[in-house]
Design a protein around this ligand. Sequence first.
Ligand SMILES: [Zn+2]
Length: 232
Amino acid sequence: MAHGDDDGLRLPPEVAPTQIVVVPIFQEDNQEEVMDYAKGVVEDLENSAVCGCGNCSCGSDLRIKLDDRTHRTPGYKFNEWELKGVPLRVEIGPNEVEHKAVTTVRRDNGEKEMGVDREEFINSAEKLLDSIQASMYDELEEYLQENIREADSKNDILSTIGKNRGYVKTRWCGKESCEGEIKDQVSAEIVVLPFQEDSKPATIQASDEKIGGECAVCGENAERWAYFAKNY
Ligand SMILES: [Zn+2]
């Protein structure tokens, strides 16, 4: 729900198998120079030092892919990588080659930047991924905060899940049979189970101490908070 949109997956850079995809855009008559330039950008990205000292050879740990397939159109490639959720796309055509530039497109918000200086981009690519990571996290956190509704009875859980997207927070005894009762009726299940203070998402769980109160389903003593969400 949170890691996708109508165009497919949206992966945070930290978990994305490919973080940057470079797509060359060429015609027959400029294929070679565009491809060479694109390869150079990829190489420089791979060699950009991570420690920041500027002269070490540890190399970058960026996960980059050059899509050099010649039997696919750029448009086809864009769609395919969007679907797969690659966080950052770099487009390189004759224009970019001429101006020693690149065009970047963020997967998280679709933001496109044309004419980014080549060197500048290579030096700041990691920072750009970091900022994508941070903004996706913020977005998710905001989404969670806005989409958690509390329920304190079985009917309440069922009707809340039926009406809204997002999560229903409820007191839970910890028994699977109680989860099962909800699951059977609305195909929802417990998706987030914060046991400890530092478990994610931390912001929606105050602590792991006994919460008191009664399980919303069976009425026995509640052990912890549970978050139900509908399966799609
Ligand atoms: Zn129960």
